[in-house]
Design a protein around this ligand. Structure first.
Ligand code: TXA
Ligand code: MG
Length: 338
């Protein structure tokens, strides 16, 4: 099993040594736990892909302590600068043109001439970046095709010995991944909805920001962000969306009140065994729902149910990101999962 340590100063120093020696660290961030490696060290980055079983063409996010370090690796224009001022540290990843010969391993950008960068809003992640003194490539710390980890236990369950040290700092506050914003084209495009909404981005940019993910997926067009494939967050058992009642044998993932959810053949949701019933947020709060999403899907997946029925979640603000994840979880595989 992986070594898990409470993220105190000694453990952070030790983790920085692991990173400098080419190892992998389970790093808490405000979004999900990351599987971090020194982004300047190609061998270390290769270990990330290996540990995740991730297709080599799928690029990774580079985590940096501040905008100044980001500017060593990507071309920061006025738009990026304004966004960084407003949202960094925080759950916004920006795709920007890569600085030539910048030292970041090509494996990180998977051959693209752009690079994804972000400054995580988590004390432990920032301390680790400071102690290691290098940019950290870090995808979500789960094996390809399984759920993104929001607790240290999820990381060790998914990756076992393939991660050298996990820094434990409790559950992640945001609970789903960062917003991925492509700034390398003519107009800003959200490639992956996440912790920062398009509405928030539009406010700073003074123009509408388009969600690229739905259009690209539905038009079957070329995927600019290879991670945006239909089946990304996939429990083992089928996931049924917008459920208004339950089939026999299904577990319930509720949002808001489940008082009127009936089970076909008799009874109500409230008669289900406790481990087959989760509520993303009884008070219908989207932030709470986001923070619970992956852990609850994972718990219901293990409940012995034959499927998961999910109540509708409003498609506004963070709800867009939640629904994006739920849709991926419910779709048939198109091959590549992270
Ligand atoms: O919240 C997060 O973003 C977490 C934490 C650990 O920071 N990280 C994360 O990384 O979710 P990952 O590797 O699971 O997702 C990165 C996404 C993928 O969809 C990938 O395809 C996309 O960003 N991406 C990375 N670099 C890209 C690039 N140069 N161009 C387009 N998409 C890129
Ligand atoms: Mg991931």
């Amino acid at each position: 099993m992986a070594v898990i340590k409470v993220a105190n100063r000694g453990a952070v120093r030790e983790a920085a040594e692991v990173l400098k020696a080419g190892g992998l660290v389970g790093m808490p961030t405000e979004t999900v736990y990351g599987l971090a490696a020194n982004a300047l060290d190609g061998m270390a980055v290769a270990r990330i892909y290996e540990a995740k079983g991730r297709p080599a063409f799928n690029p990774l996010i580079v985590h940096v302590p501040d905008l100044a370090m980001a500017a060593e690796f990507v071309v920061v224009d006025d738009v990026a600068r304004a966004l960084a001022r407003r949202f960094w540290p925080g759950p916004l990843t920006m795709i920007l043109p890569k600085v030539q010969e910048c030292g970041i391993s090509d494996l990180v950008s998977a051959g693209l001439d752009t690079l994804a960068v972000r400054v995580p809003a988590h004390r432990v992640a920032l301390d680790l970046l400071a102690a290691a003194g290098v940019p950290l490539a870090a995808p979500s710390a789960n094996r390809s095709g399984s759920l993104s980890p929001t607790t240290p236990a999820h990381v060790s369950d998914s990756l076992g010995d393939d991660v050298d040290l996990i820094l434990a700092a409790g559950p992640c506050a945001v609970g789903l991944e960062s917003t991925v914003l492509d700034l390398s084209g003519d107009v800003p495009v959200v490639l992956r909805p996440g912790g920062v909404s398009a509405e928030d981005l539009s406010e700073v940019l003074g123009e509408d920001v388009v969600y690229g993910h739905k259009d690209i997926v539905s038009q079957g067009g070329k995927l600019k962000s290879p991670g945006m494939l239909l089946k990304h967050y996939a429990p083992e058992i089928p996931v049924r969306l917008n459920a208004i009642d339950l089939e026999e044998g299904e577990a319930l993932l509720a949002f808001g009140s489940d008082r009127f959810m009936g089970v076909k053949g008799g009874g109500g949701a409230r008669d289900l065994p406790e481990d087959m019933r989760c509520n993303l947020s009884e008070g219908a709060d989207l932030h709470e729902a986001a923070a619970n999403l992956f852990a609850m899907l994972a718990a219901l997946d293990k409940s012995g149910a034959r499927g998961i029925a999910v109540m509708a979640v409003p498609d506004t603000g963070l709800g867009c990101a939640i629904n994006d994840r739920l849709q991926r979880a419910s779709k048939g595989s198109v091959g590549d999962n992270e």
